[in-house]
Design a protein. Structure first.
Length: 301
């Protein structure tokens, strides 16, 4: 693993769900099917509003007695509160471990999948969204920080990790879309193992299923490139004066944007220039995307 890189993710928090009914409790609430997960493996899921909008998204590591939820640190307390609201009489204990458990990541810049690591008290699991996202690590901060010495990974920063995520087209809540304002399809969760269309009901399931079966998802997060550094997140993506979407996170001249695919396709078909903050940009679908441009077109800006 000499070419692997490792970073601590200070922006991530950790919730613990434990107890004999943890799996049944969580699986009945969230978008993906956690039932098949073996201890030590991880799923990607969201808790939705009844209207189908994403309230919280997280990675869920199956443990021997429940789950560890890897969630945006600023959302951890609110997620714990929401889960407590749903708990009722379920035999589940919910605890916020963000102050005593750290999250790390190991990845290869070339997108290959790192080997599993064994490093003392650190738990490691493959990121379920995309092989290129590597391994997530959980444990005391000192132990997670010590992983590079144990497995030969080079030290990196969270900014390096975010740049890697962006280059592979993977959205992140808070950076690329606002919680409470997007459907799972909008932010490619259905493409990244975050939604099951075979499991039973969960909060917001009817709306998500309808979007899937009627193919009504028009907004998507796709990749953006330019010949200069992209502007700040939130800058409109435009074709002339028509807004096509909004820029999300970026690293130098590469970024992500939440756009209306039909409007982008129309602009491309009309030969119009697409800009962001006055800068000409090119848009393309992520390599993992199973969706295409409307009407089966293969347009690319």
């Amino acid at each position: 693993m000499s070419d692997a890189r490792h970073a601590l993710l200070a922006s991530r928090g950790v919730l613990s769900l434990s107890g004999p009914e943890s799996l049944h409790f969580l699986n009945n609430l969230v978008t993906s099917d956690l039932e098949p997960l073996a201890p030590g493996s991880m799923g990607f899921a969201a808790l939705l509003s009844p209207q189908g909008k994403i309230l919280f998204d997280f990675l869920a590591l199956r443990t021997q007695d429940g789950f560890l939820l890897d969630v945006d640190r600023e959302s951890a307390a609110a997620l714990a509160k929401r889960l407590t609201f749903y708990r009722l009489r379920a035999k589940v204990e919910i605890a916020d471990l963000s102050d005593r458990m750290a999250v790390g990541v190991i990845w290869h810049d070339d997108g290959s999948t790192p080997e599993n690591v064994t490093a003392g008290e650190v738990m490691a699991a493959r990121d379920p969204r995309l092989p290129a996202l590597g391994l997530r690590l959980f444990g005391a901060a000192e132990a997670v920080a010590g992983v590079p010495a144990a497995c030969g990974a080079g030290a990196a920063t969270e900014a390096d990790w975010q740049a890697h995520r962006i280059r592979h087209g993977v959205p992140q809540s808070g950076a690329d879309f606002a919680l409470g304002d997007a459907f799972p399809h909008d932010v490619d969760m259905d493409q990244l193992a975050g939604v099951s269309f075979r499991k039973g009901c969960y909060v917001g399931q009817e709306i998500v299923a309808r979007m899937e079966h009627r193919s009504t998802a028009r907004r998507r997060i796709i990749q953006v490139a330019a010949d200069a550094a992209l502007p700040e997140a939130g800058t409109p993506v435009l074709a002339g004066e028509q807004q096509l979407g909004t820029l999300g996170s970026s690293t130098a001249n590469q970024g992500l944007a939440l756009v209306r695919l039909d409007k982008v396709k129309a602009a491309l078909d009309n030969g119009g220039q697409i800009t962001c903050g006055g800068l000409p940009i090119r848009l393309h679908l992520p390599a993992f995307a199973r969706f295409g441009w409307p009407d089966g077109g293969a347009a690319e800006a």
